[in-house]
Design a binder for this molecule. Structure first.
Ligand code: G3P
Length: 221
C-alpha cells in the first residue's frame, strides 16, 4: 500500500528500468510518455509498465497512444489493469478529457498531460483528473514563463478548493524543480539528469575533501 509521508511528490520522468531501480530511494513514483517508452529497447510496453509498477509503490503514469475517444478509453482500461498503482496518462484534448472523466468516475487514477494553460488545467480538474501536468520547459522553449503558469494554476486551485494535483513536468533544470514547488505545485517529475544534479554541489565536494584532509593531518597539529 502506497503511504504518503509528506505532501509533495517527486517522480522520475523516464522508462529506463536501471535509472528507476538506482533512484528508487528518492522517488514517489514514475511518469512515462510515448517518447520515453520509445527509448526503451523492450518492444512490449506493458511489460515495461508492469516492471516499473513492481519497483515503485507510488503512482506510475502510463500514457495512451491513441488520440481517439474509444481507443483511448480501451487503452486506459487495459493500462489500469497492469497494476494497482498505474495512473492513466491522457492528452489534454476534448477526447482525452472525456476519457479522463469516464476513467475517473470508475475510480481509476488519471494524469492529464500536455497542459499549457490554466484553462486547460481547469478542464482537467472538471473531469476529475488525479493529476494535471503543465509543461514548464516546453513553454520556455517558446519564450513563455512556465513557472508563472504553475503559480496561476495553483492560485486558482487553492481559491476553488480543487483537489486535482498539479504535477509540474517538462523540467529542464533544478531551478524549475524548486521554483515549481515554491509556487504551489503538488508534485514534480524529474528527468534522470535533473535528479542527479540534486546530489552534487561543488562546495559539498570540496568540503568533504577538506574534512578528510584535516582529519588525516590531525596528528601533525
Ligand atoms: O513526461 C512529460 C514531460 O515531463 C516531458 O518533458 O522534456 O519532453 O518536455 P519534455
Amino acid at each position: 500500500m502506497y503511504k504518503k509521508v509528506r505532501s509533495m511528490e517527486i517522480f522520475l520522468d523516464t522508462a529506463e528500468i536501471e535509472s528507476i531501480e538506482k533512484y528508487s530511494y528518492f522517488i514517489d513514483g514514475v511518469t512515462t510518455n510515448p517518447s520515453l517508452m520509445a527509448l526503451n529497447k523492450e518492444k512490449e510496453p506493458y511489460k515495461v509498465i508492469r516492471r516499473i509498477c513492481e519497483i515503485v509503490q507510488g503512482p506510475v503514469s502510463a500514457e495512451v497512444l491513441s488520440d481517439q475517444h474509444d481507443e483511448m478509453l480501451n487503452e486506459g482500461l487495459a493500462l489500469s489493469k497492469i497494476g494497482s498503482n498505474v495512473c492513466v496518462k491522457l492528452p489534454c484534448t476534448l477526447d482525452g478529457l472525456k476519457v479522463c472523466k469516464e476513467l475517473s468516475n470508475q475510480g481509476i487514477a488519471t494524469n492529464v498531460t500536455l497542459c499549457f494553460s490554466a484553462a486547460q488545467a481547469l478542464m482537467a480538474a472538471q473531469c476529475g483528473a488525479t493529476y494535471v501536468s503543465p509543461f514548464i520547459g516546453r513553454l520556455e522553449d517558446i519564450g513563455q514563463d512556465g513557472i508563472v503558469l504553475i503559480e496561476e494554476i495553483a492560485d486558482i486551485f487553492a481559491m476553488q478548493k480543487i483537489e486535482t494535483k498539479i504535477l509540474a513536468a517538462s523540467i529542464r533544470n533544478i531551478n524549475h524543480f524548486t521554483q515549481a514547488l515554491q509556487v504551489g505545485a503538488d508534485a514534480v517529475t524529474l528527468p534522470t539528469k535533473v535528479l542527479e544534479q540534486c546530489f552534487v554541489h561543488p562546495l559539498t565536494t570540496s568540503g568533504l575533501i577538506k574534512f578528510k584532509e584535516d582529519w588525516r593531518n590531525r596528528a601533525k597539529n
